[in-house]
Ligand binder design. Structure first.
Ligand code: DX5
Ligand code: ZN
Length: 218
C-alpha cells in the first residue's frame, strides 16, 4: 500500500519543507491536484507549480487533472515533470485516445471516476490503463467527508479488475484519514491519497505514519 500526500492541503509558502517532512516518513509519491474552475468549481495549480516541485524531490509526481479538454495539456504536464497523469472519464469523450496520448509520452496513465460514475464505463479501456482513481468525494475541494457508498464501488472495481485478469492498483482520493483508510483497504484499494489528514496535522511525518500503520493492520 502507498500513502500519497496531496499537496493541495500543504503550505504553499513552504513547499520544500512540507515535502521534506513527509518524505522522512517514507513517502515516495506525491499527488498534485490540477483544477480549472470549469470541470470543478475550484482553481488550483498548473504546470509551473509542478516545474517548481520537480527539482525538490525524487518522488513520483502523480498529477490528477480535474480539467476540461485535458488532451490539450498532457505535454505541458509531462514537460513539467509528471510521472503519471490521471484524467477524468467525465471530461473525455475520446477517453481511449487521451490514454494513448499519455502512454505515448512514456508515463503512467490513470482514469479518475467521480462518485456518480459507474465502474463499467472503464470496461473497454481497462487493458490500457496503469491505475484507476476512485473519487471518494466529489472533486474540487480538500477536507470533505468520505462518501460511504464508495467502499462498495471499490470492491466492485477490484472484482472487475480480477475478472479481466489484470493487476491494476486502485487509488482512492478524498476524505482518507485514520478512520476511513481501513475500509478502503479491506475493499481492495492500494493507493491512498491524503490531503488534510496529512498537512492539516501539526506533525506531518507522524500523520503519514499513522495512516500507513492503520492501513497495514487491514
Ligand atoms: C479533491 C482532490 C483531492 C484532495 C483530497 O478534489 O482530488 O486530492 O486534495 O483532500 P482530502 O484528503 O483533504 O479530502
Ligand atoms: Zn486528487
Amino acid at each position: 500500500m502507498k500513502v500519497i500526500p496531496s499537496l493541495l492541503a500543504a503550505d504553499f509558502a513552504h513547499l520544500a519543507s512540507e515535502i521534506q517532512a513527509i518524505e522522512h516518513a517514507g513517502v515516495d509519491m506525491l499527488h498534485i491536484d490540477v483544477m480549472d474552475g470549469h470541470f470543478v468549481p475550484n482553481i488550483s495549480m498548473g504546470p509551473i507549480v509542478i516545474e517548481a516541485v520537480r527539482p525538490l524531490t525524487k518522488s513520483h509526481l502523480d498529477v490528477h487533472l480535474m480539467i476540461e479538454q485535458p488532451e490539450d495539456y498532457i505535454q505541458s504536464f509531462v514537460e513539467a515533470g509528471a510521472d503519471s497523469i490521471s484524467v477524468h472519464q467525465e471530461a473525455c469523450p475520446h477517453l481511449h485516445r487521451v490514454i494513448q496520448q499519455i502512454k505515448a509520452q512514456g508515463i503512467k496513465a490513470g482514469v479518475a471516476l467521480n462518485p456518480g460514475t459507474p465502474i463499467h464505463t472503464l470496461k473497454h479501456v481497462l487493458h490500457q490503463i496503469d491505475f484507476i482513481l476512485i473519487m471518494t468525494v466529489n472533486p474540487g475541494f480538500g477536507g470533505q467527508s468520505f462518501i460511504e457508498a464508495m467502499t462498495d464501488k471499490i470492491a466492485e472495481a477490484r472484482e472487475v479488475i480480477q475478472m479481466a485478469g489484470l493487476t491494476i492498483p486502485i487509488e482512492v482520493d478524498g476524505g482518507i484519514k485514520a478512520d476511513t483508510i481501513g475500509r478502503c483497504r479491506d475493499a481492495g484499494a492500494e493507493w491512498f491519497v491524503a490531503g488534510s489528514s496529512v498537512f492539516g496535522a501539526p506533525d506531518r511525518e507522524r500523520a503519514v505514519q499513522t495512516l500507513m500503520d492503520t492501513g497495514k493492520r487491514h
